[in-house]
Ligand binder design. Structure first.
Ligand SMILES: [Zn+2]
Ligand SMILES: [Zn+2]
Length: 51
């Protein structure tokens, strides 16, 4: 399995991008904040799976 770097938002919108950007979801707690770099291979993102 390939480690693909991606950027994710942990503000609640579950946004994922393959390039650095800011959160685009207005209802998200982190709207307008830069997404966080992640390189997980299982979509776990930070090992944080709370729904
Ligand atoms: Zn967000
Ligand atoms: Zn991830």
């Amino acid at each position: 399995m390939e480690n693909k770097k991606h950027f994710v938002c942990n503000g609640g919108c579950k946004g994922v991008s393959d390039k650095p950007m800011k959160c685009q979801a207005k209802e998200c707690a982190k709207y307008g904040k830069a997404l966080i770099e992640c390189d997980c291979t299982d979509d776990g993102h930070f090992g944080n799976n709370e729904e």
